[in-house]
Design a protein around this ligand. Structure first.
Ligand SMILES: [Zn+2]
Length: 237
């Protein structure tokens, strides 16, 4: 076999691999981009699709097969039906948390539901469709603690954690009505001073937020969050 034949054979193998595997297509595009004279900034990471979408197979609009395809420079799950155009954008889901001060302590809840059943966390939950984050924070606090609260400040906005895809919005609040009364999602309620914090706070990010609140450190950092120590948060919901 001549050298030319070998080159042609290798090119055919690469072409076939590129047609079959999107990972190979991305690798080739990165290699081409690395030698281009474009002024575009280089990619900083591989942007893998989130693990919790790995099992998605069919389009929720037309039931055609989904495929992993590069859309707007990232791999995304997209419909194979040319007339459908469905793309799953997988944006982070907003979670609103409420730091409620009672007699110099913070109200915390012990979780009844996964993830991290039985551990303590800050009252809060997912923002509903068309709901303002402040409204979600107050609603979740009411549902979990029985307290009617007034939002007093926006303390921080946290980037999605590694392994998760939630954007955490943290508010400060004070009670204006109601009474401490645990909701259905809560095993136990407590008001904790800094020296008495429970050892089993379920999310490292929550612990960090609580520590910042006790130090009064939020104002110095604005809305730029502290590091996201969430690598160990399981994806079990
Ligand atoms: Zn479709």
């Amino acid at each position: 076999m001549t050298v030319f034949s070998c080159i042609v054979a290798m090119a055919c193998v690469v072409l076939a691999a590129a047609l079959l595997f999107p990972q190979v297509r991305r690798l080739i595009k990165r290699l081409l981009a690395s030698v281009s004279l474009s002024n575009r900034p280089p990619a900083t990471d591989d942007h893998p699709p989130p693990a919790h979408f790995a099992g998605w197979k069919y389009c929720p609009l037309c039931a055609s097969r989904l495929e992993e395809r590069e859309v707007c420079e990232r791999p995304r799950m997209a419909c194979t039906n040319k007339r459908c155009h469905y793309v799953h954008w997988d944006n982070p889901k907003p979670v609103a948390l409420c730091l409620v001060e009672v007699d110099g302590g913070l109200v915390l809840t012990r979780r009844r539901h996964p993830p991290r059943v039985g551990t303590w966390c800050i009252p809060g939950g997912f923002v509903e469709a068309h709901e303002a984050p402040e409204t979600a924070a107050k609603r979740e606090t009411w549902e979990e603690t029985g307290l009617l609260v007034e939002i007093t400040s926006l303390l921080g906005v946290y980037s999605p954690c590694q392994g998760g895809n939630e954007m955490v919005i943290v508010f400060g609040a004070r009670p204006v009505g109601g009474a401490l009364n645990k909701g259905e999602e809560v095993l136990e309620l407590g008001v904790f001073k800094e020296a008495d914090l429970p050892a089993d706070i379920g999310f490292p990010q929550h612990l960090e937020i609580i520590q910042y609140w006790f130090k009064g450190d939020f104002s110095a950092r604005g809305i730029d969050p502290p590091s996201n120590h969430c690598d160990n948060v399981p994806r079990d919901r």
